[in-house]
Design a protein around this ligand. Structure first.
Ligand SMILES: NC(=O)c1ccc[n+]([C@@H]2O[C@H](COP(=O)([O-])OP(=O)(O)OC[C@H]3O[C@@H](n4cnc5c(N)ncnc54)[C@H](O)[C@@H]3O)[C@@H](O)[C@H]2O)c1
Length: 457
């Protein structure tokens, strides 16, 4: 039996996953009609109309990056939390209403319209997807929502900026790839370290053979940065303004506790994959990029070790982890908990290079930076800003962004594979073409997770 896994794991096929339930109750605010004349020549109709779903810790930052682009109009925000403290830090005050106010204040200042109130606000993302004016959405919600929202958004014809890790399970990730491809949508995975010029440089050095033949890669994931209550924890009343049932969505029913939800969802396998998927979606993503393995993955995953909180703790993801992967070409990847959370070290026959330490010990001539897929307007040191710009460029050009859906899926898969090995406490073999664990029923059962009604279709 998988360690800390839900007791009722069931398999569901891709088709079944895609067939999730239809829209339900409505709870949106009425839209404000703003005459395009207030915007002058750059009327909203000439801009990419964006709606931001999830306006918490990361969502509020992503929203700002969209606002800083003049060819974007943020027309709506959506969150199941109206407003509250208690996101990443106790005093971080975020949610739907602060986001709406930020958007209105931004456009009010830009247009000199102090009373600007053009940003619509929603609780139910399905109402956002039903808006004909919305061309692209950001999905910056806990991981257990990524697949359903992405698939629905693709079906509704929206382009998608979806946060990392792209999926909660490998099965969900594959369904996302299929939906985005089928509906010809642009999807940027929020692995913005790919848009950090220094990381690009390191990966290009490796791909250009500057460290010789790559033999080993070490990737880091961080220690838990939050502490949850131990065994015997008591449920709490749901705060006013927080739609907890919608927050849970497809996840199993569970009593409310503040440490289950905002930001801290990372430490519970029902909603995420612990620091292996949280940080690993950056470090393992860079490893895959440097190795040229974007469309593939390892063939063996060796369990090295993991430590766990006492049974019955609210957080149930591993405290520390270590697993070793082997690719078909013999390259070895060691992923482990470390002080430097997003670090990656590539070791080759002629040198080594790290993303967190310069200069590299390799041949002397510099690599050419990966020229394609840079954001328009030149290199930006703010990786998130560059990543968002790359997405917007691709929405216009219909080219693949730097962290397109298959890339995001494969990078998340690498993290999920590590989690399968540590949760089972043993080695597993993986077929990256068929995306299954050959002859391993126990591991194959972990390719998917159950969906709560009405999301199980
Ligand atoms: N790229 C990065 O470096 C980076 C950094 C932080 C977080 N993230 C990712 O962003 C995502 C969100 O993380 P976070 O730290 O912002 O979490 P958070 O809890 O601070 O914010 C998530 C928000 O989503 C809202 N939400 C939940 N269910 C919803 C639903 N059904 N409809 C609308 N809103 C809903 C919550 O109320 C909350 O406000 C995660 O996938 C995380 O991995 C990425």
């Amino acid at each position: 039996m998988a360690k800390n896994s839900p007791t009722s794991q069931v398999r569901y096929g891709r088709r079944r996953f895609l067939n999730v339930a239809a829209a339900g109750a409505a709870s949106a605010a009425l839209p404000w009609i703003v005459p395009s004349s207030v915007f002058g020549a750059k009327a909203p109709s000439n801009r990419i109309q964006v709606a931001c779903i999830g306006t918490g810790n990361q969502g509020s930052g992503i929203l700002k990056r969209f606002l800083e682009n003049d060819d974007v109009q943020v027309v709506a925000v959506c969150d199941v939390n109206t407003a509250s403290h208690g996101y990443r830090d106790d005093d971080q005050f975020l949610g739907r209403e602060p986001a709406r106010k930020a958007v209105d204040a931004h456009y009010g200042e830009k247009t000199g319209t102090a009373a600007y109130q053009g940003c619509r606000a929603y609780v139910d993302f399905r109402e956002v997807l039903a808006c004909g004016d919305v061309e692209a959405v950001t999905i910056v919600v806990p991981d257990h929502w990524h697949a359903i929202m992405t698939i629905r958004a693709a079906e509704a014809g929206k382009d998608i900026y979806c946060e990392k890790p792209l999926s909660l399970t490998i099965g969900q990730g594959r369904a996302m790839v299929e939906a985005v491809g089928k509906h010809k949508r642009i999807l940027q995975t929020g692995s913005m370290e790919r848009s950090n010029p220094l990381n690009r440089y390191v990966c290009q050095l490796v791909r250009d053979g500057k460290i010789g033949e790559v033999k080993r890669v070490t990737t880091n994931v961080g220690y838990n940065n939050k502490v949850g209550p131990g065994p015997g924890w008591k449920p709490m009343p749901v705060p006013a303004g927080f739609d907890y049932d919608r927050w849970l969505g497809p996840a199993p029913d569970a009593p409310y506790h503040k440490d289950r939800c905002l930001y801290r969802f990372r430490f519970n396998y029902d909603y995420s994959g612990g620091q292996v998927t949280n940080y690993g979606a950056h470090s393992n993503d860079l490893a895959q990029w440097g190795l040229g393995m974007d469309g593939s993955g390892p063939v063996e995953i060796e369990y090295v070790g993991a430590t766990w909180l006492p049974e019955g703790s609210l957080f149930n993801t591993a405290l520390t982890t270590e697993f070793r992967c082997r690719y078909e070409n013999g390259v070895e990847l060691l992923c482990k908990t470390n002080e430097r959370p997003v670090g990656v070290r590539f070791e080759g026959t002629e040198g080594m290079v790290e993303t967190t330490a310069y200069p590299w010990k390799a041949r002397s001539e510099p690599a050419t930076l990966i020229a394609s897929q840079f954001p328009s307007g030149g290199i930006r040191l703010d990786a998130t800003s560059a990543h968002v710009r790359n997405f917007l460029d691709c929405v216009r050009s219909r080219q693949e962004p730097v962290a397109a859906v298959e890339i995001g899926h494969r990078s998340a898969s690498l993290c999920h594979l590590g989690n399968v090995a540590i949760r089972l406490g043993r080695n597993v073999r993986w077929d990256p073409k068929q995306e299954c664990f050959p002859g391993d029923e126990e591991a194959n059962a972990m390719l998917t997770s159950p969906l709560r009604a009405p999301w199980n279709g």
